[in-house]
Design a protein around this ligand. Structure first.
Ligand code: GRF
Length: 222
């Protein structure tokens, strides 16, 4: 079984854009609401808002551009070296828009999280808010999960559930879901930092019990 016991837990956050989840997690670390530190923020895209935000918060940043890498192995090698150079306990994907290879993901098994804007296993992939509205669903949400080689398919830890309303636009619904991401993502990282959430042969354990069904937090008032 692997419990990441070190406190503060050392985080690398991988982003590709705005970085609002990254900023929320970093703020919660700085304010000691979670027993962790953001030791490096890595972006595959230069010039994105999240890199400027991280720098303003005094966090070390690295841009490892996908476009200039000779291919995925070289790109992943650079990312892996950067993570390992910073002696990282937990890799946090937060709006990171590159699909990582099976071997790379296996290297960080039980030590890599992602947040996806849907109630997984529904709506893997892109444009989740649009697809929810087109399907006429009445609820939507976000999922924090361990990363496995299957895209958006790893064990789900915590989900937020929000209403999807018929008059919602994609951006209104997206903002509603994102406001809950900023609650559930730091919470899961805090569980790991506090030793409550661990990884046992491909399955999560919460408070010592197998987490076969994700925890769901209701945000029906949003
Ligand atoms: C979030 O909606 C997250 O669910 C998805 O990408 C978005 C990233 O937003 N994986 P931000 O960059 O954290 O603002």
């Amino acid at each position: 079984m692997s419990t990441i016991a070190r406190q503060p837990l050392r985080l690398a956050i991988l982003i590709s854009g705005r970085g609002s989840n990254m900023a929320t997690i970093a703020r919660d670390c700085l304010q000691k609401r979670i027993a962790a530190t953001v030791n490096v923020v890595i972006s595959d895209r230069p010039g994105v808002a999240g890199i400027a935000t991280a720098q303003e918060m005094g966090i070390e940043t690295h841009v490892i551009p996908w476009r200039t890498a000779a291919g995925r192995p070289e790109f992943e090698q650079a990312i892996g070296e950067c993570i390992d150079d910073h002696d990282i306990d937990l890799v946090v994907l937060a709006g990171f828009m590159r699909v990582l290879s099976g071997p790379f993901v296996e290297r960080y098994a039980g030590r890599m999280l992602n947040i996806h804007p849907s109630l997984l296993p529904k709506y893997t992939g892109l444009h989740t808010h649009r697809r929810v509205l087109e399907a006429g669903d009445t609820e939507h949400g976000a999922s924090v999960h361990f990363v496995t080689p299957e895209l958006d398919g790893g064990p789900i830890i915590l989900q937020s559930r929000v209403p999807a309303r018929p008059d919602d636009t994609e951006s209104v619904l997206s903002a509603r879901v994102q406001s809950t991401e900023h609650v559930i993502y730091p919470r899961v990282i805090g569980w790991i930092a506090d030793g409550r959430l661990s990884w046992n042969r491909g399955r999560p354990l919460l408070d010592g019990k197998p987490l076969d069904v994700p925890v769901v937090e209701d945000f029906s008032d949003r």
